[in-house]
Design a protein around this ligand. Sequence first.
Ligand code: NAD
Ligand code: DAU
Length: 374
Amino acid sequence: MSNLLVTGGAGFIGANFIHYWMSTYRQDKVVVLDALTYAGNKANLEPVAENANFYFCQGNICDTHLVETLLKEHRIDTLVHFAAESHVDRSISGPDAFIETNIIGTHSLLKAAKKVWLDDGVNKDNHRFHHVSTDEVYGTLGPEDPAFSETTPYAPNSPYSASKAASDHLVRAYHHTYGLKVTTSNCSNNYGPYHFPEKLIPLVITNILQDKPLPVYGDGQQIRDWLYVEDHARGIDLVIKKGHLGECYNIGGINEWANLDIVKLICELMNSEFAENPELTNKYPKAVSAIAGKAQSLVTFVKDRAGHDRRYAIDPQKSNSELDYQPQESFASGIRKTLQWYLENDSWWQAVMDGSYRQWIDQQYSTAEQAGDR
Ligand code: NAD
Ligand code: DAU
């Protein structure tokens, strides 16, 4: 039996991880620490909210004293650290929050964990700090380059990835210097339920349903390696259970797609959904292009992201051989499941989009329109 502290548990991956964990390990206690920023949403935790082993604390990871208290009061033995500013575009327009949460915040957690677990000796021999990181720390690949392995040198290109790289180094340093029992996972692009609709896949799905433009940056030929979010949760579970202390593990789907192809695929799937299920027309009357079988007509090429990484791809050899990790969801089934989830959960994404995210995206669009970009 374990007691987990999950930071950022009200976000996309954190919430999916908690759903996975609490249905897999029913005896474990799960405490969430989340600041509920624009990306955090308690509704993401509704499936577990009534569970007697579930606790929610609204607070900031930069509050070292609060983290120490949670570690002691709940006798936490496993800290799984998801909390972050996670959107690359926001890191370009406002990097400060990324430095604050991703670097200072991670260091605050490390200090608290060292104090309680090592200095005060609570769970001294039986603790784990698992840090959730990204493949973006490795930079960008050319078309023929080998995929990122755990020995690929770090070369982050955005304020987001630079802040994640810094946090990875701090986690490593606390292991080597103080003996904190740490592991890190570096994962590729996730998709699935509860994905905030500022990211490519949920943005395209929800914009089709509102008949809004589908913004494709630059030529749309940038490549990402997509993984269903529950497969990420399963990978983190294996790293916690079987990973070697102080080591990093890459988690990915061997599933490279150019952005434009993903957008076109979602358009085709959405056209078919509307053709096969006439009741969707009543539910989503605004989706006139998809209703007419022409969602592709919404594709709009816009100015490229500054410093846009061209290609990411994960070499999963180490997690395959050391952890016996394999993704279970195929992309064909995962993307259909995801689309179904958004079609069925319009109340979730409508509420998300009525909030502060809406104001931010409107502001981005009006600024870009003024500049003649979009
Ligand atoms: P997200 O933006 O959906 O969620 C982040 C969560 O962290 C939110 O609930 C937010 O309220 C919380 N948070 C932010 N700042 C906080 C603070 N100072 N204190 C406490 N809570 C705070 O992010 P996500 O997509 O779920 O990503 C989770 C983690 O996984 C991040 O560390 C990210 O770098 C990493 N990651 C994401 C992907 C991906 O494809 N989304 C891929 C690989 C790795
Ligand atoms: O690789 C892992 C990373 O994946 C995570 O560390 C990040 O937290 C996560 O946000 C994601 O980063 P990306 O920048 O790859 O994801 P995003 O969904 O923002 O964009 C995916 C690709 O689609 C990217 O090449 C940019 C492009 N894009 C994105 C948006 C939002 C568009 O063409 N149009 C868009 O409107």
